[in-house]
Write a protein that binds this ligand. Structure first.
Ligand SMILES: C[S@@+](CC[C@H](N)C(=O)[O-])C[C@H]1O[C@@H](n2cnc3c(N)ncnc32)[C@H](O)[C@@H]1O
Length: 237
């Protein structure tokens, strides 16, 4: 999980590293997201592949998500915007069959290299190549942040479409106080911070029922609160 993009601009405090990535420090246009992540994929993998070891609250939430998915017995989990696949592998180890999808071909190549036993597909969350109602869970951790706010209702409808009734969705994002989503200076690609209440409202409008949320204060080297929303597609529609 990426925190904010601290490693790319302000140093990753937990590891005492300071890294400057040349060429990706300007905000990218939305359709440049894949190219921007291709350019930093190796560094991203190096910095974040072990990050869950330092994040007990996120690990607890992922464990709860895995348990809920398995309790409903409703199919595999898709990790959408999986990056180098570290969370995909963590989720698989917790029990649910899990595969990853990402826009960036370099991220997918690294994920396949690191976790050859798992499935990783290149693709976009705006048009998932997944049949209706087959997934027990969707993970979207710090990936919907790169969508323009106007795109999110359609993306949430897409998540709804692929989830089975009773399936769960876990969203991770950078929190902001402003009720309006705000663009921020993410150093890889154009990105937005959201107030948890505003994103929860959008999810509710898409038909999801909130199960719970986590708001974690920034650690050293992070700029923003880190938010997670856990929601469910109702069993009875
Ligand atoms: C900040 S990284 C998060 C990676 C991983 N989920 C994590 O928590 O470390 C955002 C990822 O989302 C991917 N992404 C951005 N827009 C996407 C889209 N429309 N469809 C699929 N993946 C996307 C990027 O390529 C990138 O790998």
């Amino acid at each position: 999980m990426p925190r904010d993009v601290a490693p790319f601009d302000a140093g990753f405090g937990a590891r005492g590293q300071r890294v400057i990535v040349s060429g990706v420090t300007e905000l990218s246009a939305p359709n440049d997201t894949a190219a921007a992540y291709d350019a930093v994929a190796s560094l991203y993998a190096e910095l974040f592949s072990d990050v869950l070891a330092d994040l007990p609250m996120e690990r607890a939430l992922l464990a709860a998500f895995a348990e809920l998915v398995q309790a409903h017995g409703a199919g595999p989990v898709a990790d959408i915007g999986c990056g180098p696949g570290h969370v995909t592998a963590h989720m698989q180890a917790l029990g649910p069959t899990t595969f990853g999808i990402d826009l960036s071909s370099a991220m997918i190549a690294l994920a396949r290299q690191a976790h050859p036993e798992l499935r990783f597909d290149e693709g976009t969350m705006t048009a998932l190549e997944i049949a209706d109602g087959v997934l027990g869970g969707v993970l979207a951790l710090y990936s919907v942040i790169h969508l323009h706010p106007r795109q999110l209702p359609a993306v949430f409808a897409e998540f709804w479409r692929v989830l089975a009734p009773g399936g769960h969705l876990l969203l991770g994002f950078f929190a902001g106080d402003d009720p309006q989503p705000r663009e921020f200076d993410h150093k890889v690609a154009l990105a937005y911070r959201w107030s948890p209440d505003s994103l929860a409202d959008l999810l509710r409008q898409a038909g999801f029922v909130e199960v719970g949320r986590l708001l974690r204060e920034p650690r050293e080297g992070e700029r923003f609160q880190q938010a997670h929303l856990l929601v469910r597609k109702p069993q009875e529609l």
